[in-house]
Each structure stands twice: as structure tokens, then as C-alpha cells.
Ligand binder design. Structure first.
Ligand code: 3PG
Length: 392
């Protein structure tokens, strides 16, 4: 795709679709501003080039045409102003124009999902957005899996459409890890359920040299191999699928390494007493809540010899320290490995932050659903829309 750096921005009206959809507490306070920070380089670059900058984003899932004060980007305008060190006024009604932005200045356009037709990618709305600008910049990787008027439609009608710096960095990192990886390519897929990650597991089983599964997903795999897992979280109806994934890897000459020791408790709570047992000693009332040290060491050894590591999903209930050991060892192994490492997903990022290895992971995606769909091997509609402008 064409990127920002390929475009002459001087004096141009630039419309940046960012993903500033950040978590807030009940009072509207921003809990984690990572996505806002990640959007700064593109905005700053456009300002430095002398563009008149309009930025917009969605926040949450408001009812189109019936937005309430809670849906407002006001707290985000404030944080953007702080981070950019200059005022970023919020423009409330903007679809039909009627506001001005000077070159070298930036404004934030109110929640794009308040506009009727945004979500269904209405053509008339997309043309109105396009009419506001000379250059459309899509920097919203986190929303690239949504075909909406500000992520897809506008890309057809704006005079110029290109990827922002964050979008370009995400595409580059994900392609480097999954399309042209340095081998061996190791994927770690953890989390609660096989059902939510089935497409990812299948897609990765076609690409990777080694697949490690964790959390409830590993429990379903253990069930498939005939192990007793007591009261552990698992999906018995998916053992056939789990076996099929192990067969896919076996056909590629690689075994899916399953836990040999585990950490169990009779409840999932901060006070639960954890016991380390062999995988053959799991009792009928036990819940497997983490992998044991032998298993973690084996996974870490695989990571240590990897050329590329892709990580999504924890190995255990790392929120509680007594079940955090496996995920912690893994995070540290990835951080210390020479491999190119890519991580993404809400829980994974929470684990990376908890264990303080943010700086040691080569790339942490800002995408949630978008990151997962990329792992599934899907073409993301917003990226396809940018490519469609320049395919030959
Ligand atoms: C996300 O947080 O994953 C993106 O901002 C997309 O949000 P959505 O799921 O409401 O489309």
C-alpha cells in the first residue's frame, strides 16, 4: 500500500482515521492511552509537513444518530492535546464541513460512529468524508477488520488514500512474522477456549514450525489425548478439532508439546491454594490453572531456538500470582530470545505489562480483533481498500 511518506502533504487537508478506542473507567477517565500514544507519530508527521490535520476515531459502540455525552471523544481530545503539546479542539458536527483548520494545526472530529451510515459503510457518507480532504490516511489498524465508511468507503473516494505510520508498521511487523518469517516460526496460542481461536489454530498449523497451546485450549488438547483434567475449563465437544490440529502439525513433522506437569487448585481465586502435579495426577476436583515448571522450561527451550515467535494468549490464570509462573517464564523467554517476536491481544498485553517485558518484545500490536483476524489469515477490509487504490 501507499504510505504517508509517499505523499506530498504541504498545505493539504489531511483526514486521519485513527483508532483511539481506549478503555475508560466509569467516570470516563482513560485507563490505558497506548493507542493514543501510538497514533502520535502520524499526526506529528503531518503537522511537521505543514498539513491541516483532521483526526477522527470511533469510541465504543454508540447508537448511530443518538450519541450521548459518554460517547464523546472529549477526554481523548484532552489527552491528545497533552501528548502533542498543543491544543487539539474537538469539532462536534463536522460531516458537512463548516469548520476550518489551518495548515500546521490539528482538530479532532467527534466520534465517527455517531454518524448515521458509518457502520454499514454508507456510500453517501463516505463521499462526504472524502469531500473534506485532499488526503485520506488510515492509521487505524485496530479497526482494520471493520468495513465502515471511515475505514473502507472513504478510501475509494478521497483524492489520495494511504496508510499512516502505525498502520504501515503493523502491516510490516505482521507480514514479517507470518509471511516471510525467519524460521523456525513458533506460535503460542493461549487463552480460555479452542472455539474462539479455532480458525487461528488451523491457519497457524499450516504455517508454523512449532505450535504451543496454553490455558483452557491446552486442556481440550489434553482431553483429546485421553488425559484426565478433573474440573478444568475445556470444550469436550472440540476434542476432534484439537486432534485434527495435532495431526496437521504431525504431518509437518512437528508434535504439539502438551503439558507434562501442571499447577492445580480447587477454585480460581486470589486465595486458592496451588499444587504442582504431574499431568497424570490431576484429581477429579482439580482445575488446571497453569503449566508446571518442567512444561514451562520445555516451551522456553523451543522459544530460545526460534527464529520468529508469535504470541497470543496466556498459559495460565496469570492475574493471580500462584498461577502466573508459566506465563511469566514464557514472557521472559520471549524477551530474552534472539527471535523476532510479535505479540498481541488484550490478555497478552496485560501479561507483558505485568511482567515488565514491553521493551523486549520486538512488536506489540495495537489490534485486538484485527490482530486475531490477521492471525486467522484473513485479508482485513481496510487494508484491502487501500491496496485496491494502487493495484497496478
Ligand atoms: C477494538 O477495540 O478492537 C477496535 O477498536 C474495534 O472496535 P469494535 O470491536 O467496536 O469494532
Amino acid at each position: 500500500v501507499k504510505t504517508l511518506k509517499d505523499v506530498d502533504l504541504r498545505g493539504k487537508r489531511v483526514f486521519i482515521r485513527a483508532d483511539l478506542n481506549v478503555p475508560q473507567d466509569e467516570t470516563g477517565r482513560i485507563v490505558d492511552d497506548t493507542r493514543i500514544r501510538a497514533s502520535i507519530p502520524t499526526i506529528e508527521y503531518c503537522l511537521q509537513q505543514g498539513a491541516a490535520v483532521m483526526v477522527t476515531s470511533h469510541l465504543g459502540r454508540p447508537k448511530e444518530g443518538a450519541c450521548t455525552p459518554e460517547d464523546s471523544l472529549a477526554p481523548i481530545a484532552e489527552r491528545l492535546s497533552e501528548l502533542l503539546g498543543r491544543p487539539v479542539p474537538l469539532i462536534e458536527h463536522w460531516v458537512d464541513g463548516g469548520f476550518t483548520v489551518q495548515p500546521g494545526e490539528a482538530v479532532l472530529l467527534e466520534n465517527v460512529r455517531c454518524n448515521v451510515g458509518e457502520k454499514k459503510n454508507d456510500e453517501e457518507l463516505a463521499r462526504k468524508y472524502a469531500a473534506l480532504c485532499d488526503v485520506y490516511v488510515n492509521d487505524a489498524f485496530g479497526t482494520a477488520h471493520r468495513a465502515e465508511a471511515s475505514t473502507v468507503g472513504i478510501a475509494r473516494f478521497a483524492p489520495v488514500a494511504c496508510a499512516g505510520l502505525l498502520m504501515a508498521a503493523e502491516i510490516e511487523a505482521l507480514s514479517r512474522a507470518l509471511e516471510h518469517p525467519k524460521r523456525p516460526l513458533v506460535a503460542i496460542v493461549g487463552g480460555a477456549k479452542v472455539s474462539t481461536k479455532l480458525t487461528i489454530l488451523k491457519s497457524l498449523a499450516e504455517k508454523v514450525d512449532q505450535l504451543i497451546v496454553g490455558g483452557g485450549i491446552a486442556n481440550t488438547f489434553l482431553l483429546a489425548t485421553g488425559k484426565r483434567i478433573g474440573k478444568s475449563l475445556a470444550e469436550p465437544e472440540l476434542v476432534v478439532e484439537a486432534q485434527a490440529i495435532m495431526d496437521m502439525m504431525a504431518a509437518r513433522g512437528s508434535e504439539v508439546p502438551l503439558p507434562v506437569d501442571v499447577v492445580v487448585a480447587d477454585e480460581v481465586s486470589a486465595l486458592a491454594r496451588a499444587n504442582r502435579v504431574s499431568v497424570d495426577e490431576v484429581g477429579p476436583n482439580d482445575r488446571i490453572l497453569d503449566v508446571g515448571p518442567k512444561t514451562a522450561a520445555r516451551y522456553c527451550d523451543i522459544v530460545a531456538h526460534a527464529g520468529t515467535v508469535v504470541w497470543n494468549g496466556p498459559l495460565g490464570v496469570f492475574e493471580y500470582d500462584q498461577f502466573a509462573g508459566g506465563t511469566k517464564m514464557l514472557a521472559s523467554a520471549i524477551a530474552h530470545s534472539e527471535a523476532y517476536s510479535l505479540a498481541g491481544g488484550g490478555d497478552t498485553i496485560a501479561a507483558i505489562k505485568k511482567f515488565g517485558v514491553e521493551k523486549d518484545i520486538d512488536y506489540i500490536s495495537t489490534g485486538g480483533g484485527a490482530f486475531l483476524e490477521f492471525l486467522e489469515g484473513k485479508k482485513l477490509p481496510a487494508i484491502a481498500a487501500l491496496e485496491a487504490r494502487y493495484d497496478g
